[in-house]
Design a protein around this ligand. Structure first.
Ligand SMILES: *Cc1c(COP(=O)(O)O)cnc(C)c1O
Length: 390
């Protein structure tokens, strides 16, 4: 069974729950790996998008590395079978304990985000008698066309080392004996649908890499980060994101030297479309102004993206679709049960007349869904079900 469907005569498990289409995940992984493989590019999966063990197992089996943004994610990657040599560790605020753990685990590289962090990593590596690989995360000042909360590569953002500070960073690196600089890292944001933003990133990287080379720094690795967006409006139109166009954009715009390896860190584009959040309508009501509300048993505790980023997810009434009698539509707002006004999945959408007990699917929730779940209002974390029934 691919996307979740109601089978007449069988009971829908207790809602809310996350549902994952493993066939779609495998197809997505194969496409991503094949397209990257054409140019010898390497993909690290960004664990922060989803850490379901079954999903991680598929990703690991497909040969992807891991991109982590906390020491806990580094440990999770190791425990789920990723080779330490395939793990990179980014993040603006790595604690001493997290750094110590990652050094001990023998990860491939730290993506360093400040001069001070370089000093701390050097000191902690010295204590363990090791020399560790580091890539400098440079903030390239590229403005992608995405929501301000998920864009990270503009000059005023907290991420990365400012391009105005690379001189100082290089001077610092000459003093640090326990850090080996292996390359540059970039990540300009998430849910980027315009390939031109990636082309602009590639062109900026060419300039920055050239500057480092002119200073005698050999860059073995160029890491372009992640950020490839997906079609939230119509997930069935593009179940597998445009990896071909994405990697081709870098092939066409990024200058790669002999012996240099290009890395990517993809999260959302790998896992978003294979996931759905299945929920039931608890109540329906009409406001004084005549607006219809359907209140669901899932809320911002299961999917916070609409409340946090004003994100849109496609919502379907599976019970109405399975009905023999077509239902009239109306303007509905779909809202969760949490005591917060922002706990609304969609406002005034054209939606089939909905009734108590109807089963709804909120689409494209495989990335930044379950991983951002909380216990607010003392709610338990919703379970995950898989398309193979296991
Ligand atoms: C979040 C993040 C990613 C993944 O971003 P997606 O938009 O999910 O592909 C990659 N690299 C870093 C450093 C990140 O913080």
């Amino acid at each position: 069974m691919p996307k979740y469907t109601i089978v007449p005569g069988t009971e829908v498990p207790q809602t809310p729950f996350y549902y994952y289409d493993l066939d779609l995940l495998r197809r997505t992984l194969k496409t991503a790996a094949d397209e990257a493989g054409k140019y010898g590019y390497r993909i690290h999966y960004a664990l922060k998008a989803n850490v379901e063990p079954r999903i991680l197992a598929e990703i690991q089996r497909a040969g992807l590395g891991a991109d982590c943004v906390s020491g806990y994610e580094v440990r999770c990657a190791v425990e789920n079978g990723f080779a330490p040599q395939q793990i990179v560790f980014a993040g603006v605020g790595k604690s001493d304990r997290e750094i110590e753990y990652a050094i001990r685990a023998g990860i491939f590289a730290f993506n360093c985000e400040s001069l001070q962090e370089l000093e701390v990593i050097d000191e902690l590596a010295a204590k363990q008698g090791k020399v560790v690989n580091a890539a400098l995360r440079i903030n390239p000042n590229v403005q992608p066309d995405t929501h301000k909360y998920i864009s990270t590569g503009q000059s005023e953002s907290k991420f990365g080392i400012s391009y105005t500070e690379v001189d100082a960073a290089l001077a610092k690196l000459h003093e640090l004996e326990h850090i080996r600089i292996v390359g540059l890292h970039f990540h300009i944001g998430s849910q980027i649908r315009k390939m031109e933003s990636f082309a602009e990133l590639a062109r900026r990287v060419n300039e920055i890499a050239e500057w480092f080379e002119s200073k005698g720094v050999e860059l073995k690795h160029l890491n372009m980060g992640g950020g490839l967006g997906i079609d939230y409006g119509d997930p069935d139109a593009e179940p597998v994101p445009d990896f071909a166009g994405y990697f081709r954009t870098f092939r066409d715009n990024l200058r790669v030297r002999e012996g240099q390896t290009v890395h990517f860190e993809l999260g959302r584009s790998i896992v978003a479309q294979c996931g759905e959040l299945i929920t039931r309508v608890l109540y329906t009501k009409t406001t004084a102004g005549g607006a219809h509300f359907a209140i669901t048993d899932a809320g911002m505790t299961e999917l916070i993206r609409p409340a946090l980023y004003s994100a849109h997810h496609r919502i379907e009434n599976l019970t109405a679709e399975a009905d023999r009698q077509p239902r009239p539509t109306g303007l509905y707002s779909i809202a969760g049960p949490i005591c917060e006004s922002s706990d609304v999945f969609a406002r005034d959408i054209e939606f089939p007349e909905s009734r108590r007990g109807d089963v709804l699917s909120i689409r494209s929730t495989g990335a930044y869904g379950s991983i951002m779940a909380s216990n607010y209002n003392m709610r338990p974390i919703a379970p995950s079900l898989f398309s193979d029934g296991e």
